[in-house]
Design a protein around this ligand. Structure first.
Ligand SMILES: [Zn+2]
Ligand SMILES: [Zn+2]
Length: 169
């Protein structure tokens, strides 16, 4: 979704956005992603735009231990100053950016809210998602899912009580 800077009135613009995430460059990052619900407040700032807002969605990703699908809520708030091209450098230096604010450069006179949401969803994906805190993962030897069943691999390798028995067989 694109918003032209000239559409933003002096008092600012409030928008509710329902974004279907048909984005490029995100292949393999999730099994599925629900539509992103977002609220924006946009204000003109110099030759640029200050964007405040929040978003929420749900991603289905693979558990980093057992590879089973796991549904994770993804949400955050953001404050991003899209500076006019000539102002970008000064904005980086200003005290505005020293406070919790990201600075980006305006592409022409339009703000790409889809790109903003895509970047913020990517930033908030869990790095090592788990289906549950105590997920036991897969056996590194036979690949069985240890949450669902058990295997004999560890017993054979590590249990010293069984060593004498092995001599008998
Ligand atoms: Zn798991
Ligand atoms: Zn095993």
């Amino acid at each position: 979704m694109l918003v032209d800077r000239s559409q933003i009135p002096p008092e600012g613009l409030d928008l509710e956005v329902h974004e279907e995430p048909r984005w490029e460059g995100v292949e393999g990052l999730w099994l599925s992603l629900a539509p992103v619900e977002a609220v924006f407040h946009l204000e003109r700032k110099g030759n640029g735009v200050l964007a405040n807002g929040t978003f929420t969605t749900t991603a289905v990703v693979m558990c980093s231990r057992c590879s089973e699908p796991v549904s994770v809520p993804v949400s955050d708030q953001f404050t991003i100053l899209y500076a006019g091209a000539s102002e970008a450098f000064r904005a980086e230096e200003s005290e505005l950016s020293a406070a919790e604010m990201d600075v980006d450069v305006m592409q022409g006179d339009r703000l790409d809210l889809s790109r903003l949401l895509r970047e913020n969803v990517l930033l908030n994906l869990p790095l090592q998602p788990l289906c549950r805190a105590e997920c036991r993962g897969l056996c590194p030897r036979c690949g069985i899912n240890l949450n669902e069943s058990s295997c004999q691999c560890r017993v054979q390798e590590n249990d010293p009580r069984l060593l004498p028995l092995q001599h008998l067989s």
